[in-house]
Write a protein that binds this ligand. Structure first.
Ligand code: ZN
Length: 258
């Protein structure tokens, strides 16, 4: 009996969160004004290299994301800026890391804890308005060769990004941050087996002839297809664009001249 009650309460909370977020997502992708995106940095492993890297970050570091989004939005016929990125410095309290496993329940539980953490953090600290909050965890490349996955909560308008604390990863970190930002706005992944982008949705130029090699990556396709079996990671946002499938998902007008 007690267990049933607990499930009922959890279900009720989930329903409440889902309805609430559907409304927020609809409102945030109506594009009546630029969305304010706040970025916070964290040292993921407290190592000297990542600490120093995080301390040296400035808003200039995240500017290319704003330039990229606004350029792409204009290509789709938007007449104003899509986003405004503001770097809000370093945080000392860490958001809960997403679970490494595939368990649905664990993921739901984590996403609720992450929402609660973000809500509490916002409530107790800065009162400045933001539409989207992205938390970037930086890890030392000397001890971290692979990172836990990054997650942008669809409709939650919050995302956690795991990134490398190294200059050479600056461009690819930005690609990952924009990818998660797109998720928070309702965009879906467009890759399949072996992380190969799905055709045509995950291709930057799906109808180009010859089709291969592609010159750019689609932001939600994630990689640049070189052949039907090979692809590579984009090294900077200059190698990425927003495809029309993704643009439609985030409700860009689609009447630009592309
Ligand atoms: Zn994704």
């Amino acid at each position: 009996m007690k267990k049933n009650l607990r499930y009922a309460i959890l279900l009720f909370i989930l329903l409440f969160v889902a309805v609430n977020e559907a409304i927020i997502e609809m409102r945030s992708t109506s594009w009546e004004r630029p969305l304010i995106v706040h970025i916070y940095a964290l040292s993921g492993d407290s190592r000297t290299a990542s600490e120093a890297y995080v301390d040296a970050l400035t808003s200039a570091h995240f500017k290319p994301m704003e330039t990229f989004m606004n350029r792409e939005a204009r290509r789709y016929g938007m007449t104003m800026d899509a986003i405004k990125v503001e770097y809000h410095g370093r945080l000392s309290s860490h958001p809960p890391q997403p679970p490494s496993g595939q368990s649905v329940l664990e993921n739901i539980w984590w996403s609720l804890r992450f929402r609660a953490w973000a809500w509490y953090r916002g409530w107790t600290s800065d009162k400045e308005h933001s539409d989207v909050e992205l938390f970037v965890n930086y890890f030392d490349t000397a001890t971290s060769t692979s990172l836990r996955h990054s997650v942008g909560l669809e409709g939650g308008l919050i995302g956690i990004i795991n990134a490398f604390a190294d200059k050479s990863y600056r461009g690819s970190n930005q690609v990952v941050i924009v990818h998660e930002l797109m998720h928070t706005l309702g965009a879906t992944d467009k890759y399949g087996v072996g992380n190969m982008p799905a055709h045509p949705r995950g291709y930057a130029e799906p109808f180009r002839t010859p089709l291969y090699p592609q010159r750019k990556a689609e932001i939600m396709g994630g990689r640049i297809p070189l052949s039907p079996q090979q692809s590579r990671m984009p090294e900077k946002l200059g190698e990425v664009l927003v495809g029309s499938f993704t643009a439609a998902e985030i409700h860009w007008p689609l009447d630009g001249d592309r």
